[in-house]
Design a binder for this molecule. Structure first.
Ligand code: ARG
Length: 410
């Protein structure tokens, strides 16, 4: 019996060619695995059929939406993870899960290797390979598209030679990856960072200029940092994200245009559509602003950027992530409440928030009747706070006041 490999299979041209190419070059039996993380609607029965027709010995399909949301998306939301302050990490969060499913299937099927369709230029190969190293260091990793050295035309010719169906419609010039947390688009004209993305690259969001003139308000209920309801209706995470993608997408929310730093050292121009992620991230941050102290917020912000780098760089299954995840989890114990977000013409703005654990005190904040803040106490506070400044001025002289803008040194 030939050795077995489990291949992450999208049903597209490259991974179909990969089935045949592995048969030919590694003489291994290929089991395909197609994971549904809630991206575009795909016809799973025909994907399975295609895999088997092309030469797979078995075609597995896994609905991983719930796992994805519970174990990857919500932890990232609780961390406020945005890579380089912009990218909600949809693709980056999906890869370690798919890699984990490959590893589990390999154990089940008695396979000695796993395979994926990533090229040698992106982050995704790193995320797959490092996850496999972490979870099953004995497995061999095969990445046909990184190894075969075929151009686009050569891949198509290879497919035609082997009776692998080639899409008849002109193929999209874009490379697209989708899951519940967002849609990533690259290549084609987008490789010119000066070129405005053509409307055709977007499919989850209306153009803000065509979006309704009337705002839509959504109320998102959180419990310990996890969204649990929409407009008062309790919902499971998958349904909540799906509905928010729909509603916020209609209002043009969640378009992101980012020149980002890939792990492998190159800059690339990426377009993202992430209506639900954008809305949930602003809402979650607004609730944290109300329920965490200033010091907690300052520290958590630093952790968020570390966390995002870790996710982006393929280090999900690592000891450091485990430690940071425990910290993030602890920060969320009082992040419970409701946030009201206004969706209008491409913007998601927080317009209201309330929480039983709110640290906001009207009695302390108000300038009107009912003010309980003891203004006379500020005097003593400022006396001590400003003391070192005053002493320095007295002893070392007044600095910077006669030339505050450094004009004399010009
Ligand atoms: N640049 C993003 C990331 O590294 C998206 C990658 C999208 N992948 C793709 N095949 N289009 O996470």
């Amino acid at each position: 019996m030939a050795d077995k490999v489990v291949l992450a299979y999208s049903g597209g041209l490259d991974t179909s060619v990969a089935i045949r190419w592995i048969n030919e070059n590694y003489h291994m039996d290929v089991v395909t695995l197609t994971a549904d993380l809630g991206g575009e609607k795909r016809d799973m029965p025909s994907i399975r059929e295609k895999a088997v027709n092309v030469g797979a010995v078995k075609a597995l399909v896994v609905d991983a939406k719930e796992l994805f949301v519970r174990h990857f998306v919500f932890p990232a939301l609780r961390a406020d993870a945005l890579y380089e302050g912009q990218y909600p990490l949809a693709t980056a969060l999906g890869r370690p899960l798919i890699a984990k499913l490959l590893v589990d299937a390999a154990a089940e099927e008695g396979a000695s290797a796993v395979a994926h369709g990533c090229t040698g230029k992106g982050n995704d190969q790193v995320r797959f390979d490092v996850t496999v190293c972490a979870l099953a260091p004995h497995l061999k990793i095969i990445a046909p598209a990184r190894e075969w050295g075929m151009t686009r035309e050569e891949t198509i010719a290879y497919a035609q030679r082997h009776g692998i169906p080639v899409p008849v419609t002109a193929e999209s010039p874009y490379s697209i990856d989708e899951n519940l947390w967002g849609r990533s688009i690259e290549c084609g004209v987008l490789e010119d960072p000066w070129a405005e993305p053509p409307e055709e690259v977007f499919s989850w969001t209306s153009s803000p200029k065509d979006a309704p003139d009337k705002p839509c308000y959504v109320e998102i209920g959180f419990e310990r940092g996890i969204p649990i309801s929409l407009d008062g209706r309790e919902m499971d995470g998958v349904a909540l994200i799906q509905e928010l993608n729909q509603v916020a997408g209609e209002h043009g929310v969640g378009r992101i245009d980012h020149v980002e730093n890939r792990l492998i050292g190159i800059k690339s121009r990426e377009i993202y559509e992430a209506p639900a992620a954008t809305t949930l991230l602003v809402a979650h941050k607004a609730l944290e602003a109300m329920t965490l102290t200033k010091d907690q917020l300052r520290f958590k912000e630093k952790v968020a950027s570390e966390y995002a780098d870790l996710m982006y760089n393929g280090l999900w299954f690592t000891a450091l992530h485990r430690d940071i995840a425990a910290y993030v989890e602890s920060t969320q114990r009082h992040v419970t409440g409701t946030v009201r977000v206004k969706l209008l013409k491409g913007n998601a703005s927080v317009v209201g928030r309330k929480s039983p654990k709110s640290l906001y005190s009207f009695r302390l904040a108000t300038y009107d009747k009912g003010d309980e803040f003891d203004q006379s106490a500020s005097l003593g506070f400022i006396h001590i706070w400003g003391l070192p400044v005053k002493i320095q001025a007295q002893i070392q002289g007044v600095e910077q006041t006669d030339d505050p803008l450094g004009e004399d040194k010009k």
